[in-house]
Design a protein around this ligand. Structure first.
Ligand SMILES: NC(=O)c1ccc[n+]([C@@H]2O[C@H](COP(=O)([O-])OP(=O)(O)OC[C@H]3O[C@@H](n4cnc5c(N)ncnc54)[C@H](OP(=O)(O)O)[C@@H]3O)[C@@H](O)[C@H]2O)c1
Length: 261
């Protein structure tokens, strides 16, 4: 009997794929979720909330490896602090954290910056909580997943005219490719901050939207929207990109063709 691997956020886009890959590798998996569920496919579900701390102790009990995928659109600083506290008490031997490319490069200098880009500051704060925890850890930063871009495009396409942040570029990546790397890291030795993972191509925001409109047979005018602030300026300079680490293979077009077919 091996100790189960805890996957926080194991019900989310990345987490579900991580859980599947860990199961395929023959690992026992425990998922922490805010909603209670019965065990399925030999996966144990533990109910808990990382934001309040409820249920974390039983979730980490007896686990040696914790794969931390839980997060919100605002980041996961507080959730990570609570998890790290419990993981330290449980003497976990490997905490694996997923962050975002640019977490260390997007400055939050004003309320405007925080309102639009506070997620990046929260991810960096969580990275530091992990690194300073004293726990053996691995942190991987990835660019935006295709699923996230699709969700944004679907929301935007409800508008008669779509605003696209001027000068913004994105390097979307396949979440399952990130899951594969994340599982490889989780099952390896703690490695600290590892090289970034970026998608195969860099697109302008307008290009991504046009790709979605084409694939979903819609027509909408796209207008550039100038975003103010320091954080937006570094975004325009490409702070969220990892062109030297374009290791992803599946393109936005391939993802759309499959998802919208
Ligand atoms: N999406 C991207 O483009 C992207 C890019 C780079 C890095 N990341 C990072 O990758 C991670 C996963 O992203 P995702 O897009 O896969 O997320 P997602 O689909 O939105 O799923 C979020 C997950 O977090 C869990 N969760 C949220 N709040 C929680 C709380 N208070 N307590 C316990 N669980 C909680 C949810 O579980 P329940 O609802 O079942 O409780 C859900 O499983 C996040 O840390 C994100 O910052 C994402």
């Amino acid at each position: 009997m091996t100790s189960p691997i805890l996957v926080t956020g194991g019900t989310g886009t990345l987490g579900r794929l991580v859980v599947r890959r860990l199961r395929d590798a023959g690992c026992d998996v425990r998922v922490l979720s805010r909603r209670s569920r019965a065990a399925e496919d030999d996966i144990e579900f533990v109910t808990g909330d990382l934001a309040t701390g409820a249920g974390i102790e039983p979730a980490v009990e007896g686990t040696e490896i914790i794969v931390h995928c839980a997060g919100t659109p605002k980041g996961n600083e507080n959730e990570t602090r609570n998890l790290v506290r419990a993981a330290s008490r449980a003497r976990a031997r490997h905490l694996v954290y997923i962050s975002v490319v640019g977490a260390d490069r997007v400055p939050i200098a004003s309320r405007v910056d925080r309102a639009i880009f506070g997620y990046f500051a929260s991810k960096l704060a969580a990275e530091r909580i992990v690194a300073d925890s004293g726990l053996p850890f691995t942190t991987l930063r990835a660019t935006q997943f295709h699923e996230l871009i699709l969700m944004v495009a679907q929301q935007m396409a409800k508008l008669p005219v779509i605003p696209a942040p001027a000068g913004f570029r994105v390097q979307p990546i396949d979440a399952d490719e990130v899951a594969a790397r994340f599982v490889e890291l989780a099952l390896g030795e703690p490695a600290g901050l590892v090289p970034d993972m970026g998608g195969p191509r860099v697109y302008s925001a307008a290009e991504l939207l046009r790709g979605y409109l084409r694939a979903s047979h819609r027509r909408r005018p796209i207008v550039p929207l100038w975003l103010p602030g320091k954080a937006a300026r570094v975004f325009r300079a490409g702070a969220n990109l990892a062109p030297e680490q374009a290791v992803g293979r599946r393109t936005w077009e391939e993802f759309l063709a499959e998802r919208l077919s």
